[in-house]
Ligand binder design. Structure first.
Ligand code: 5GP
Ligand code: ZN
Length: 113
């Protein structure tokens, strides 16, 4: 937990967020500035800055995060969805607490890759 990390503050309940899913290790909430009809953020409760910082010791955290993202999408009935991780400032990361964007809804059929 970092004092000044916005996602740690959401996890601690210091900043409100529209939560859609929670388990012991993860929180999923709506992005404050949605870029798609459905836009959730899946974050681990333990502060990890970015994927490139993760090692073997974080394997459990990472698998749990992916499972939580899938579970949240299923429970919210979002249909097909896209998962995006911006890892590092050069890739567009602005909040340095690992998170996966869950994007869904009409208009996502155009493929980036
Ligand atoms: P990044 O640009 O790091 O991949 O994604 C960070 C995301 O966090 C952005 O889509 C931004 O809109 C979202 N965000 C930043 N601050 C807050 C906040 O206080 N609450 C919520 N719900 N989302 C936030
Ligand atoms: Zn954090």
């Amino acid at each position: 937990m970092l004092d000044d990390c916005v996602f740690c503050r959401i996890i601690r309940g210091e900043i409100p967020a529209a939560k859609v899913y929670e388990d012991g290790e993860n929180l999923v909430f709506r992005d404050i500035k949605p870029a798609a009809p459905v836009h959730f953020l899946a974050v681990p409760k333990r502060h990890v800055a970015r994927l490139a910082d993760c090692g073997e010791a974080d394997a459990g955290l990472l698998s749990s995060l992916l499972l939580a993202a899938g579970r949240a999408a299923r429970r919210e009935n979002v249909g097909d969805f896209r998962l995006i991780v911006n890892d590092g400032a050069g890739a567009g990361q602005t909040v340095f607490h690992l998170h996966a964007h869950i994007l869904a809804g009409p208009g996502l059929t155009e493929k980036l890759l």
